[in-house]
Design a protein around this ligand. Structure first.
Ligand code: SAM
Length: 371
C-alpha cells in the first residue's frame, strides 16, 4: 500500500517513544517547565542584539519578494515562556526591516512547533496580548517535514536541537564496546561513548536541516541556539550541564545499591541529548549541502545567575527530565532521587557558585544555500 505520509516526509517524522518523552513537564505548577526555565531563558537576552543585527542586514531578498504573510516558526517551543520574548523581538526586528524597504507591512504568522506530547494548551493560554502575530501550533518531530515547501521566512530554535530522538544504539547495547554500563551520559573517560553521542547528534542535526531546507524560502534566515560545552574546562573547579547530568548517574547507582531498583535498570538508561562543543557543531553545520553559516557566536549563559540556590537547579532538572526519568524508573522514586541529587550538589562547593558553570550558549545564524 502506498504511504499516506508521502515520500517527502523523512522517516524521523514518525513519532518515536523517546521523542514523546522529550517534552518538558507540563502545566504551570511548581515543577513545570513554564515556571522553571529561566536558565534556558538567558539565551533570549544574550542572542537578541545579534539576531536583530542579522535581520537588519541579511533579509533583503525575502523582503523584496514578500507576498501578504511573513511566516516564522519556533522549533521546540515548549510552553512558551522563553519563546514569547524571543518571538516578540524577532517580529519587531522584522517589522522594522520591512518598514524601511516595503510599502506594505504584511501580517505575521508564527508557527509554534514541539512534539505532540507538548503542553500546547499552556502555551496558547498564555500568549502575550500585545503580540504582533497570529499563532498556530505545528506538532511533530522537527527532524522531519512539518511545513509546506518554500513557505518559511524565518526559523528559530532555542535549547532544543540538543535533544536526540533516541540514545545512540552502541551506547545502549550490552554487546557493544561502547556500552555505557553504570553511567547515564558520556564522560571524559569514555571517548567511545562520546563519539557515539556526537555521531547521533550530527545525523539528527542533518535531518533537521534537510527538512528545513525544503520548507524555507530562498533568502530566508534561521537562528539556532544550542547549549554547548567549552573545548577546555577544569572539572576540579568548574562544571557544565554534562557534569550535573552525570551526577544523576551516581545518584541512580546509589539508589540501585540500596535496592530501590536493579543496577541493570541504570545500565539500560541513558539520557537522549548531546551538548556539542562549538567546533563540533561548526563541523556538522559546514557539512550541510543546504545551509551556509552567516554568523556563529559562542556566548556566556546569563541564565545561570537566575538560579539562587542548588534546590532551584534541581527543580529545573525535574521540570526538564521528569518525564524521561519517570518513564524508566517510575514516579515513586522521583522525590528520593531529587532529594539525593540536591544533597549531592549542595555538598560540592563547585556546584554552589554559578560562576563555575561553564556551559555555553552557541548561536548560529544560517541561510539556505542557493544553487
Ligand atoms: C529545553 S526545551 C526548550 C524550550 C524553549 N525553546 C526554551 O528556550 O525554553 C526543549 C524543547 O524541545 C522539544 N523537542 C525535543 N525534541 C524535539 C523534536 N524532535 N521535535 C520537536 N520538538 C522537540 C521538547 O519537547 C522541549 O519542549
Amino acid at each position: 500500500m502506498a504511504s499516506i505520509i508521502g515520500p517527502h516526509i523523512h522517516k524521523r517524522a514518525l513519532l518515536k517513544h523517546t521523542v514523546a518523552l522529550n517534552a518538558m513537564n507540563d502545566g504551570d505548577g511548581p515543577n513545570s517547565y513554564f515556571q522553571n526555565s529561566s536558565y534556558q531563558g538567558g539565551a533570549v537576552d544574550v542572542t537578541k542584539p545579534i539576531i536583530e543585527e542579522e535581520i537588519a542586514t541579511k533579509l533583503d531578498d525575502v523582503v523584496q519578494h514578500l507576498a501578504s504573510t511573513f511566516y516564522i516558526a519556533d522549533f521546540g517551543c515548549s510552553t512558551g515562556r522563553n519563546s514569547f520574548p524571543a518571538i516578540q523581538f524577532i517580529t519587531q526586528a522584522i517589522k522594522q526591516k520591512l518598514k524601511t524597504s516595503s510599502p506594505k507591512i504584511p501580517e505575521f504568522q508564527v508557527l509554534f512547533n514541539d512534539v505532540v506530547t507538548n503542553d500546547f494548551n499552556t502555551l496558547f493560554a498564555s500568549l502575550p496580548r500585545d503580540r504582533l502575530y497570529r499563532a498556530a501550533a505545528v506538532p511533530g518531530d522537527f527532524h522531519g517535514r512539518l511545513l509546506p515547501e518554500s513557505s518559511l521566512h524565518f526559523g528559530y530554535s532555542s535549547w532544543s536541537l540538543q535533544w536526540l530522538t533516541e540514545v545512540p544504539k552502541a551506547v545502549a547495547d550490552r554487546d557493544s564496546p561502547a556500552w555505557n554500563r553504570g553511567r547515564v551520559y558520556c564522560t571524559r573517560e569514555r571517548k567511545d561513548v562520546c563519539d557515539a553521542y556526537l555521531n547521533q547528534f550530527g545525523d539528527e542535526v542533518e535531518s533537521f536541516l534537510e527538512a528545513r531546507a525544503v520548507e524555507m524560502v530562498s533568502g530566508g534566515l534561521m537562528a539556532i541556539v544550542v547549549p554547548g560545552e567549552p573545548e577546555f574546562w577544569n572539572p576540579e573547579t568548574e562544571f557544565t550541564i554534562p557534569s550535573e547530568i552525570n551526577l544523576f548517574g551516581s545518584c541512580l547507582m546509589d539508589m540501585a545499591k540500596k535496592g530501590r531498583f536493579s543496577e541493570s535498570k541504570v545500565d539500560s538508561f541513558n539520557f537522549p541529548f548531546y551538548l556539542p562543543t562549538s567546533q563540533q557543531l561548526k563541523v556538522i553545520l559546514e557539512r550541510s549541502q543546504s545551509f551556509s553559516i552567516e554568523r556563529m557566536e559562542v556566548l556566556n549563559n546569563p541564565g545561570k545567575y537566575t538560579l539562587p540556590s542548588v534546590d532551584a537547579r534541581a527543580v529545573v532538572y525535574r521540570a526538564v527530565l521528569g518525564r524521561l526519568l519517570t518513564d524508566h524508573f517510575g514516579s515513586e522514586i522521583m522525590d528520593e532521587l531529587f532529594e539525593l541529587y540536591t544533597k549531592k550538589i549542595a555538598a560540592s562547593p563547585i556546584f554552589q557558585n554559578p560562576d563555575n558553570d561553564k556551559t555555553t550558549t552557541i548561536l548560529v545564524v544560517l541561510k539556505p544555500k542557493t544553487d
